[in-house]
Structures are given as structure tokens and as C-alpha cells.
Design a protein around this ligand. Structure first.
Ligand code: B12
Ligand code: SF4
Length: 492
């Protein structure tokens, strides 16, 4: 069996996606030979053509692929190409779970819905002809008469401690530039589910019920990874790590008693921490907490059902910093009801938090993307005509490229030119304001470089933005030396 994470133009992975290693572990336990291929591995990126060439060499009976919405167009093209290998194609992951019938019209034979561990074995057996298709729970397939069938859902894994540890040995460290500091295996997954109902969240894959691994099980895995791969810093990728505080306390005391010399970071919710928990975490090696703050506008927070207020944000970020932990905050701009006043409120909150925040994240998702299955998608897809946007080219928000984008855009939207997609038809003044906030984040992140450099940076951004607005050709001409240098150093 070959498990593939499909190519993305804008993402580079410093570690192998957890899903492939977790599914690999389940398959190996059942005696199935497994290969993993992460097309976005930082030191060995592969395009679809190369994946097909390698897959033809492996000759797997079944190929499984993770589907994420922004990558799905290329994933479907890849599936089309992979059909020539003769393997049966199985899809899973967030996009496949939200729209399980779609992949069947784009080259796939079947789709696993939701958690993969409990279904993948049956799915592989069935695709290999050893189990009738209707006997597999939790999947969608095309029947002999061409009709699409969906079987009853499979209950979620209630005891996450029963899952095997990820099959990390299947990953070639060279693909990620080696294991110098053990960062390759830093990501750990310790819980599933988030009880909140944010209207833009594309992560409902594991349901609302919070399920979690015991502190013991997590500690065992950390010790194993520490011993085998030399990992000294761990990052917990759970949606809301601290929903069960007792468990976090147990983990913290377990870490302190274990004598493991490690640091760690986590993602969690503003409304799910308190001062004691943060102090406990800091004493047990926690050095960073990622929070989805999203907005500084109280009305927006209410409308997106965010379970926190602006006051709570201010309090929690201060507590985090005071406990000796670096708070990392994420924002979303451009909700369809927002004008410049609401964006001003968000930037004001950024300014207020900036003494505590090392760097802001001008990520792709810092401008609202209406992912399928979310309330914002359903509510606005017809009004703004973006139904099924992931299948077309016009809502592309890849990383900016040298041929089309100005110096300003290449710098401040480095992760993805998401304003190009313009999902919500922003008026010019809103676009301008969003660009200013991205500029603010970009410059904040460079505030420690020397004065002259900062001044040069700011001036170049201003010149680029101003000239591009009046004459893109002139901008190109002025920045031609920079563009040539970027070309020489391998930027797009
Ligand atoms: C870590 C992470 C990242 C890291 C990935 C680093 C790495 N090396 O893995 C980084 C920062 C690079 C990243 C980037 C992005 N991410 Co991200 N990320 C996550 C996060 C927080 C954890 C992923 C994870 O490891 N989960 C644990 C594993 C076990 O879960 P899983 O991947 O879903 O896999 C399970 C099932 O889906 C299924 N399954 C998965 N694959 C397959 C394949 C087969 C064959 C089968 C049968 C089953 C199956 O079985 C698995 C085990 O149960 C999730 C949120 C979350 N909590 O899951 C978001 C999430 C996956 N990301 C998301 C998005 C959108 C992105 C971006 C596209 C950002 C953007 N806005 O454009 C980018 C691009 C990714 C890319 N590769 O190009 C969305 C996906 C939504 C969607 N509809 O596709 C999520 C759900 C976040 C969210 N709530 O919006 N991400
Ligand atoms: S708190 Fe985070 S994971 Fe939970 S629903 Fe909201 S955005 Fe999604």
C-alpha cells in the first residue's frame, strides 16, 4: 500500500503529516507492506508526474491519498494520472470527509469518511477484493452499476490510547533535511474533537465531542521519540489541547517527574486556559501557545460564534507572557460584513498585544477562506458565486510569483496571495486596509533587525505598493534588480 500526501505549491513540510504515519502503523500491524510519500517534504518536493513515476515502480495494489480542500484540484489531476499504475485509489482526510462523493467523480474508487484508523484495513481488504464493499462501515464507493453507495458510519475511536504510535520509521529523514535536532518528529497528536462551533472552521472531521489520550500514553510516546530520534521540542497539534484541564495537569506533573529535558508547544483556545494551568505548563517546559484570536471586533467574535471576548484575549495573552510562555496569535481579516472600522479594531488589538507577541502570522488563512462544510460557505456561496471554488482556477491563492506579483505582495503575502481569490468581492478600501494590516504584521516581525534595514524595508514596501497601484510596469522596472536577485536565489 502506498500513502500519499499530494503536492502543494505553497507549503513545505518540516515533518511528515501525522495521518500518513498513523495509518501506516495500523496497516503494518495487520502485516501490510506500506510506503509513505509526502510530496511537500522540505528537502524532497515531488510533483505529480514524479509521484506517478515512483508509484509505477512500487506497484502498490492500493494507493491512499489525503485530501485537503486547497490541494484538491492537483490531487484529482494526480489521481487521474495514477490510474495508469493499475492500483485502486482510496481517498481520506478533511476534504474527503466533508464531500465524500466528489472524489468518486475524479478518479477515486472509494472514500473513507472521518477517522481513518478504524476503517482503512477493511477498505484496503475490500479494494483488494477480499471483503464485500457493503460490509465496510464508514465509507463511500461506486457500485458495479455505477451508482454511489454510502455505508453506515463507523463509531469514533472512544479510547485513543488503543491506537498504535505513528510508524515514524517509514519516514526517510533525508526528505526533511535530516534529523539534526530531532525536529522531524516534533508533532504529536493527543486529542480529537472540539466542542466549539466557529462558523468558518473547516476542522469538524473529528466531531464536537472531545476525546483524549491519557497523560501516561502521551508520556510514553514522548519518551520513545526522545530516545529514538533525539527530539527535544514537541508540538501538540490538537485543535484544543486544554479542554480537559485535569489531563493537562497530569501531563505536566508527569513531564516534571520524568526528568525528560524537553520543551513543548501547543495550540488551544483562549477560553480554555487559566493562570494556574499556564504556570503549570511553563514549569513543565511549555514555551509557546498558539491561540486563534481571529478578531478584535466584539461584534465579529459574536457572529462567528467564537467562544471568547476581546477582554478575555487581552487577559489570557498577558497571563501567558507572564508565565514565561510565548503567545502566538492568529487573526482572520475580511469577514463579509466587515468594513474598515472592524478591521481597524482588529489591528488595534494586534497593536495592544504586540508587546507580548514575538511574531504575527500573515498566513494564507489570515484572510477568510470559505471552506466547504462551514457555515460561512453555506451562507455566502450563492451571494458571492463561489460554489465549488476549489475545483476551478479563478479562486487560486497560491504563493505569489515573480511574474505577476509586486515586490510588496511577494513580501507581505509570502504564504499565499489570498486577496487574489477575492471570495467576498471586497470594496477597494477594505482591500487596502487588509493590505495595511498584513504590512503591519510583516514589519512587526522584523522589528528587531537594525534601524537602517527596517527603514529600507519600509521604504521599499511603500514604493512598491504606491507605484504598483499607479503603474505596474513602472513597479516592475524599479524592482527589476530585486526580482533578478530573487530569481537567482530560486524564489518564484
Ligand atoms: C498540522 C497542520 C498543518 C501543518 C502540516 C504540517 C505537517 N507536516 O503535517 C501545516 C502548517 C503545514 C498546515 C498547512 C495547511 N493546512 Co493544516 N492543519 C494542521 C492540523 C492542525 C493538524 C493536522 C494533523 O496532523 N492532524 C492529525 C491527523 C491524524 O488527522 P488527519 O490529518 O485529519 O487524518 C485523519 C483523517 O483525516 C483520516 N485521513 C487522513 N488522510 C487519509 C488518507 C486515507 C487514504 C484515509 C483512508 C484516511 C485519511 O485518517 C487520519 C487518522 O484518523 C489540522 C487540524 C486538525 N486538528 O487536524 C489542520 C488542517 C488539516 N489544515 C487545514 C488547512 C486548510 C491547511 C492549509 C491548506 C492552509 C490554508 N488555509 O490554505 C495549509 C496547506 C497544507 C499543505 N500541505 O499544503 C484544514 C483542512 C481543511 C480542509 N477542508 O481541507 C485543517 C483541518 C484546519 C482547519 N480546521 O481548518 N496544516
Ligand atoms: S475553536 Fe478552533 S477548532 Fe474549535 S471550532 Fe473554533 S476554529 Fe474550530
Amino acid at each position: 500500500m502506498l500513502l500519499i500526501y499530494p503536492p502543494s505549491r505553497s507549503q513545505m513540510h518540516e515533518s511528515c503529516p501525522a495521518a500518513l504515519m498513523m495509518l501506516g502503523a495500523v496497516l503494518e500491524q495487520a502485516g501490510i507492506e506500506v510506503r509513505l510519500m509526502d510530496a511537500n517534504a522540505a528537502a524532497n518536493r515531488r510533483d505529480s508526474e514524479e509521484i506517478v513515476r515512483l508509484a509505477s515502480g512500487f506497484r502498490p495494489q492500493v494507493i491512499g491519498m489525503t485530501l485537503l480542500t486547497p490541494l484538491v484540484r492537483e490531487s484529482y489531476r494526480l489521481a487521474g494520472l495514477l490510474r495508469q499504475t493499475g492500483a485502486r485509489l482510496l481517498a481520506g482526510g478533511p476534504h474527503a470527509t466533508i464531500l465524500p462523493e466528489e472524489p468518486l467523480s475524479h478518479g477515486f474508487d472509494a472514500v473513507v469518511v472521518g477517522e481513518g484508523e478504524s476503517t482503512i484495513l477493511d477498505a484496503v481488504m475490500s479494494l483488494a477484493g477480499r471483503l464485500p464493499r457493503h460490509e465496510v462501515l464508514g465509507w463511500v464507493y461506486r457500485d458495479n452499476d455505477g451508482s454511489i453507495r454510502r455505508t453506515d458510519s463507523r463509531p469514533v475511536v472512544t479510547d485513543l490510547d488503543t491506537l498504535p504510535f505513528p510508524a515514524r520509521h517509514l519516514v526517510d529523514p533525508k526528505d526533511y533535511g535530516g534529523t539534526v535536532d530531532g525536529a522531524l518528529h516534533a508533532n504529536l497528536f493527543t486529542s480529537r474533537g472540539c466542542p466549539a462551533r466557529c462558523t468558518y472552521c473547516a476542522g469538524d472531521l473529528f466531531g464536537k465531542r472531545f476525546r483524549f489520550r491519557s497523560a501516561d500514553s502521551i508520556l510514553r510516546e514522548m519518551k520513545e521519540v526522545y530516545g529514538r530520534y533525539g527530539t527535544r521540542h514537541f508540538h501538540f497539534v490538537d485543535d484544543a489541547m486544554t479542554v480537559n484541564k485535569e489531563r493537562v495537569r497530569d501531563l505536566c506533573s508527569g513531564l516534571r517527574d520524568s526528568g525528560l529535558k524537553v520543551t513543548w508547544s501547543m495550540m488551544t483556545r483562549i477560553d480554555q486556559v487559566n493562570e494556574d494551568l499556564l504556570r503549570d505548563a511553563a514549569a513543565a517546559g511549555c514555551v509557546r501557545v498558539d491561540y486563534g484570536v481571529e478578531s478584535g471586533c466584539p461584534e465579529t467574535l459574536k457572529r462567528i460564534h467564537k467562544p471568547h471576548t476581546v477582554e478575555m484575549v487581552r487577559r489570557v495573552i498577558a497571563w501567558t507572557a507572564e508565565a514565561g510562555i510565548r503567545p502566538c496569535v492568529f487573526f482572520i481579516l475580511g469577514f463579509p460584513w466587515e468594513g474598515t472600522a472592524e478591521i481597524d479594531a482588529t489591528q488595534q488589538l494586534m497593536v495592544d498585544l504586540s508587546p507580548y507577541v514575538d511574531s504575527f502570522h500573515p498566513a494564507i488563512a489570515s484572510v477568510l477562506i470559505p471552506f466547504p462544510g462551514t457555515e460561512v460557505y453555506e451562507q455566502y456561496k450563492d451571494r458571492y458565486s463561489f460554489r465549488d471554488w476549489w475545483l476551478g482556477r479563478e479562486r487560486n491563492y497560491d504563493a505569489p510569483d515573480l511574474a505577476r506579483h509586486s515586490f510588496f505582495e511577494r513580501r507581505v503575502f509570502a504564504r499565499g496571495a489570498v486577496l487574489d481569490a477575492d471570495f467576498f468581492h471586497y470594496p477597494p478600501q477594505v482591500k487596502k486596509r487588509i493590505r495595511q494590516v498584513f504590512r503591519f504584521m510583516y514589519l512587526h516581525n522584523r522589528r528587531r533587525s537594525n534601524r537602517l534595514l527596517r527603514w529600507a524595508h519600509r521604504t521599499m514596501l511603500d514604493v512598491s505598493e504606491w507605484t504598483h497601484m499607479h503603474s505596474p510596469c513602472l513597479e516592475r522596472l524599479i524592482f527589476a534588480p530585486v526580482t533578478a536577485a530573487e530569481q537567482a536565489f530560486g524564489r518564484r
